[in-house]
Each structure stands twice: as structure tokens, then as C-alpha cells.
Design a protein around this ligand. Structure first.
Ligand code: MN
Ligand code: MN
Length: 469
């Protein structure tokens, strides 16, 4: 037994992180579970990047945010939002200071790994109607077979008419699935490496099996499926050309474990940071610096594209804020960026005791110990990382500590084993101070990801504290 003096010294000097559940008040426990219920409701409505934008916009409007286009000028305390092509949303609360003194921004992404249809997807083979797919984002393909999938689609006609199709989420809806080979006949397949166990071209979605009633015609099943789509939605085969047809797990978000301490759900990378950063900005009064919440698209495929974080639409949004604040002049935009402070709110892979060999245990984040600060991402010698300067890490840490937010700090996995990147680099390249900080996730990029309810709640508290400064 150590003597108390030594024990005290150890407590003083060591960086030991407990889980958030220890010494939690009854009041906090209630708040954690209530917040998780609201989070799960949001997840069940928001499985795609477009649904994230739609539902986040609803939440913003209910909380007094108005479309930036409706405002002629902006003053401290004004709450606005801006939607880019239904796939990305920016929200701002104007601060006491002018924009030139920098903004405080939290940026998360609403897109998650999923299964998309190819442009010419529908075919028929051996009594089945099937869809050809191209997966979106980094997935372990074998995880996506033989699970219930729902279809979330937007078809756009050349005249601009938009047709939304959502099948598989409502009770009583049919679902879809990708069929894998039965084990009885899989001897050859089982010899493949896990990586190739199920290959990209084998991710075909089972879509139907009833033939159209006409003896003389070929491709009767395909015809029957197209007729169903045409009768109900007015969609013809050519309309897949200008469509986004996304298949996601049809699972509902659920409480996980005997103690219900965790959330199991699809798409928590990075919808958990979308929800917590959005909730965090709703109720901050008039902050010192303008607070901005970004829910971006296309993170999972490299931040690019017109709705990705690299898009100049972000500059357009900030410029519009400057114009309406009445402060715009040459270089004002660069000045805003230079003085801005940003959290790139993205999830990190939590330590998994079943696969300890992939992690450096003393530099991993853990479920239940709060959001994790990630000073650098990248891989093999921090390559591709926008490593955050120690000064900025200290500032963010200070905000968390002042607010009593429990946080950890980590890097992803063992050195040289893999790695990953976030939109932090895209924002740092614009001249903003950026740090990654997000929620630890188990089974990241799987169809059913796991988070701790405590971490979800604590991330919300961390983000709210950061907006306030
Ligand atoms: Mn992510
Ligand atoms: Mn991801």
C-alpha cells in the first residue's frame, strides 16, 4: 500500500483518465440518457447527407435560425443558415466582435460509408432482378452482405422535377439485401483473403423476382420492376442516369448493452459529431466571436466536389456574412480565416479489446472517457496531416478544462499500421487554426457502429464550450 503523500503526488503528476460514468451525479446521468434518446431519433431520420441537411435545417429553424438569403444585414446575436445544394449546411450565430477577428467553427460531415447504385444498375439474371452497385467510402465489403438495406434515392428529371424514393425504413416496407454465397459451396471463396472475401463487383442487390406476364417478351422481371417504379414514381430506366440511389442499413438506432450505456447505429461516423456540434450552437446567446457550425458532404471520398469541404462555396458563405455585416473589403476573407479557430469534429477509432494488436494502448482513445483530441492524423510519419500547433491544442484544452469537460487525447492505431485523414487539413490550408476532436467509435465504418452515450453528451458539452470561447 502506497502512503498517502506518494499517492497524492502520483494523482497530481499522472494523467489518468477515468470513465465518465464514475462519480456521475443522478442529474447528469438523466441528462446523458435523455440526450442519447434525442440523438437516436435524429439518426433514425437522417441516414444520408441530404437527410442530415434537411433535418438539421428543421432543428435550426425551430431554434430561431433563418435563411441567410432572407437577411439584408447582420448584427450580433443574429442566427442564420446557408444550404449548399441540399447536401451541406452552414449555420452561424453572429458574435460581438467583427468577423475580421475570426470565427469559432466546428465542422463535421454528414456523409457516411454506404452502397450506391451504378448509373445503369438494373438487370435480370436467372430469375432475379438485381442492382449493380459501387460502394461509397472505405468499407469492409463482407460486412455489407445479408443485412437489411433501405433505399434512399433522389431522381431528377431534365425538367428539374425531383422524385424522392425511400423504401425500407417504415414498418411494413420491403427491404433489400446483398446475398453472399452459402458456406456449403464456399470452399474456394473461403480461401480468398478477407479483403477479397466479397469483391466490389459481387455487391449486387437483390431487387425482385416476379416476371411481367407476357410469354413472348424477354427480361420480364426487369420489365416488371421498371413498371412498378413507373406506376408509383414515374421513373424510367433512363432516369437512373440523373439519380443518387443510396442503400444504407435499414437498422434503427438502439441502446446497446445490459446497462443501455451505448448507442448502436448506422452512420455515427460522423453523424454523432453533426448532432452534437449542431445542438451545441443552438443555445449560446451572443458569443464573443461569430460561431459557425458546418455539416459538410463528401468527406468519406476525399473532401472534394462542389459540396465537399474543399468547395469554394464555403468562401462564398463567409463572404456573404462579411457583406451583410458591412465589413467586406480586399483581404477581409483571408483575415477572417487567419484569425479563426476550428474544431474538425470527426470520430476516432476506439480501442477494441478484441483486437489489441492494432492499437497502441497508451495512445488510444476509449469508449466512455469523453471526446478525444487528435493533434495529428495522417499515416507513416504523420504524412498528409495538418498537425495542430501546441499553442492551439493548449487553448482548446484550456476551454475544456475550464468547463469541466472530460476529454482524452489519442492517435489512430499503431505507427505504420494504417491511418486516416479528416477535413482538418482542408481548413488548415485556408489559414485557420484547426484541431481534430471527436467521439470514439467502435466498429467504425461498419453497418452498425458503437458509441458511448457519455461521450456523445460530453462532445456536445465540449463543442458548446468551444463556440462560447
Ligand atoms: Mn469521419
Ligand atoms: Mn469515416
Amino acid at each position: 500500500m502506497e502512503n498517502t503523500e506518494t499517492q497524492k503526488l502520483k494523482e497530481e503528476l499522472f494523467n489518468v483518465k477515468k470513465t465518465g460514468w464514475e462519480e456521475m451525479s443522478e442529474e447528469t446521468r438523466k441528462a446523458v440518457f435523455k440526450f442519447a434518446d434525442e440523438y437516436m431519433d435524429y439518426l433514425n431520420l437522417s441516414k444520408t447527407e441530404k437527410e442530415i441537411v434537411k433535418n438539421s435545417k428543421d432543428i435550426l429553424q425551430k431554434n430561431g435560425f433563418v435563411d441567410l438569403q432572407e437577411k439584408q444585414d447582420l448584427k450580433p446575436g443574429d442566427k442564420v443558415f446557408f444550404v449548399n445544394r441540399d447536401r451541406t449546411i452552414f449555420a452561424a450565430v453572429m458574435g460581438e466582435e467583427t468577423l475580421e477577428n475570426g470565427i469559432r467553427m466546428i465542422a463535421a460531415h454528414g456523409d457516411s460509408p454506404r452502397i450506391d447504385l451504378k448509373p445503369n444498375p438494373l438487370y435480370e439474371d436467372s430469375g432475379l432482378g438485381l442492382f449493380k452497385t459501387h460502394y461509397y467510402g472505405g468499407i469492409k465489403k463482407y460486412q455489407w452482405t445479408n443485412i437489411p438495406l433501405s433505399m434512399h434515392a433522389t431522381f431528377v428529371k431534365p425538367n428539374g422535377e425531383k422524385i424522392e424514393v425511400n423504401i425500407g425504413e417504415e414498418e411494413g416496407d420491403p427491404i433489400f439485401t446483398i446475398s453472399d454465397l452459402l458456406p456449403h459451396l464456399a470452399n474456394q471463396q473461403m480461401e480468398r483473403k478477407l479483403k477479397e472475401g466479397v469483391q466490389g463487383e459481387e455487391l449486387n442487390i437483390v431487387a425482385g423476382s416476379i416476371p411481367f406476364e407476357d410469354e413472348k417478351i424477354s427480361e420480364k422481371i426487369k420489365l416488371n420492376l421498371l413498371k412498378l417504379l413507373y406506376d408509383k414514381y414515374g421513373i424510367k430506366e433512363i432516369d437512373f442516369t440523373s439519380a443518387e440511389v443510396e442503400f444504407v442499413p435499414a437498422y434503427k438506432a438502439k441502446s446497446l448493452g445490459l446497462d443501455s450505456s451505448m448507442v448502436a447505429a448506422y452512420g455515427q461516423d460522423d453523424k454523432v459529431c453533426c448532432y452534437t456540434s449542431l445542438r451545441g450552437i443552438l443555445d449560446i446567446g451572443t458569443p464573443k466571436n461569430t460561431a459557425v457550425c458546418v455539416l459538410t458532404d463528401k468527406e468519406e471520398i476525399g473532401f472534394c466536389g462542389v459540396t465537399g469541404m474543399e468547395s469554394k462555396t464555403f468562401e462564398y458563405f463567409i463572404t456573404e456574412l462579411l457583406n451583410k455585416e458591412g465589413q467586406n473589403k480586399p483581404n477581409a476573407l483571408e483575415k477572417v480565416f487567419h484569425h479563426s479557430k476550428v474544431i474538425s469534429a470527426d470520430v476516432d477509432g476506439a480501442f477494441d479489446p478484441t483486437f489489441p494488436a492494432s492499437f497502441d494502448k497508451i495512445n488510444s482513445c476509449f469508449i466512455g472517457k469523453g471526446p478525444t483530441i487528435v493533434k495529428y492524423t495522417g499515416s507513416r510519419g504523420k504524412s498528409g496531416a495538418s498537425e495542430s500547433p501546441a499553442e492551439f491544442v493548449a487553448e482548446v484544452r484550456g476551454i475544456f478544462e475550464k468547463s469541466g469537460v472530460m476529454y482524452q487525447s489519442s492517435e489512430l492505431g499503431k505507427v505504420d499500421l494504417g491511418g486516416g485523414g479528416t477535413i482538418a487539413v482542408v481548413l488548415a490550408n485556408r489559414g485557420m487554426s484547426v484541431i481534430d476532436c471527436g467521439v470514439p467509435v467502435l466498429a467504425m465504418h461498419s453497418p452498425y457502429e458503437i458509441t458511448s452515450k457519455f461521450d456523445v453528451y460530453e462532445a456536445y458539452r465540449a463543442y458548446e464550450a468551444f463556440y462560447k470561447g
